[in-house]
Write a new protein. Structure first.
Length: 368
């Protein structure tokens, strides 16, 4: 019997992606099939009409509303207004500066999603860290010897990306410091951090912007005048840092006390233990929460209209009221939704990439 040859087991084909989606056993498999069948039926019902309206019967070139086919979408409105949607009221000859400020964070996110190389994490971090001063100087122009452009002219998508990126880059270290202060053993520091977080979290963002732009100038020394954009950025940064502080605090609380005690036994100082052991683990644990805060911040930038600044959504709101393009609010808001979704999806992919990279590094460290 020992000499008998055992026939090889037949190879089982790997299930396809669709097969993995619908596979299941018993009631779960039937329910999955019914769900996907309903989705397919809904798509078959809605998709032909949507494609006909959005693509096949759409008007892509026209000078005004009268030149558009009423049976389809009028994307000519978006194409005609695209420079204004992207750069706001920036002077046409200086729009290259707004284009650089707009493309910088997008390029940094694309770099984070691109092929891996040794110093990629450092390059992405430096790109975002350098953005606030570099983009501010570039858009202002005067400090670099360029034509000065007032912040009131930085509207639309450039304003949205600038405010969202600068506020997050500044709020990240502030929020981390607040989280550490709230867990501090010093009672006074802990109370001050708690009061700061609860006050800023308890106010709606509209009230924060109103206080920043209207109330703060009243307590400044006579003759001191700050641009509204600066005041709005300060308010949004503190508001976001309060939420990030609670996210970081949740990550720090998820780490066992044994790690801090082990670091102390090995001779680590408080700050070296936080920098090399505790904070990296806390950040890894709360990446989804950080992403949620970033997405919320990015969409909340539309509130800058309260202080007289025009972001992407508010510029589109003004454009759909143009008498030459009346009745095209659907196309305008669909374009806004598509742009916001694209940015949020890009950020979610970067977040997932960071999570996978951190998990891979943790597994390799465990094997070592």
């Amino acid at each position: 019997m020992a000499g008998l040859l055992v026939p090889p087991r037949p190879s089982v084909p790997k299930p396809s992606r669709i097969g993995r989606l619908v596979r299941g056993s018993g009631r779960a498999g039937v329910a999955s099939l019914i769900l996907w069948g309903g989705i397919a039926a809904l798509a078959a019902w809605l998709l032909p009409g949507a494609l006909r309206w959005a693509v096949f019967d759409a008007t892509w070139i026209a000078e005004d509303r009268a030149g558009c086919d009423p049976s389809g979408a009028c994307w000519a409105f978006v194409l005609n207004r695209l420079p204004q949607f992207a750069f706001g009221f920036f002077p046409p000859e200086e729009r290259w500066r707004a284009a650089v400020a707009l493309a910088w964070p997008i390029a940094a996110l694309a770099l984070a999603l691109g092929p891996a190389f040794r110093a990629r994490a450092l390059a992405v971090t430096l790109a975002f860290a350098a953005y606030p001063p570099a983009a501010t100087l570039l858009l202002m122009g005067a400090p670099l010897g360029l034509a000065p452009v007032a912040s009131a002219q930085w509207g639309d998508m450039t304003m949205t990306v600038y405010v969202g990126t600068v506020a997050f880059v500044l709020a990240f270290p502030v929020g981390l410091g607040l989280a550490l202060a709230r867990r501090s053993s010093l009672p006074a520091l802990r109370v001050l951090a708690t009061l700061f977080i609860e006050v800023w979290r308890g106010l709606p963002l509209i009230a924060v912007l109103f206080i920043s732009v209207v109330m703060v100038p009243l307590v400044l020394p006579p003759g001191t005048e700050l641009p509204r954009l600066v005041l709005a950025l300060v308010g949004i940064t503190f508001y976001t840092s309060a939420y990030l502080a609670e996210v970081f605090r949740g990550g720090l609380q998820s780490i066992g006390r044994g790690q801090a005690e082990a670091a102390d036994a090995l001779g680590f100082t408080y700050w070296s233990a936080q920098a090399y052991i505790l904070v990296p683990q806390a950040v890894r644990a709360v990446i989804p929460g950080i992403l949620n805060t970033v997405v919320s911040l990015f969409k909340d930038t539309t509130y800058v209209l309260v202080v007289g600044l025009f972001d992407f959504l508010n510029i589109v709101n003004a454009a759909v009221a143009d008498p030459r393009w009346l009745g095209l609010a659907t196309e305008g808001y669909l374009f806004v939704g598509a742009v916001y979704w694209a940015f949020c999806y890009l950020m979610s992919r970067v977040s997932a990439r960071i999570e996978r990279g951190m998990d891979r590094g943790r597994v390799q460290a465990g094997h070592a």
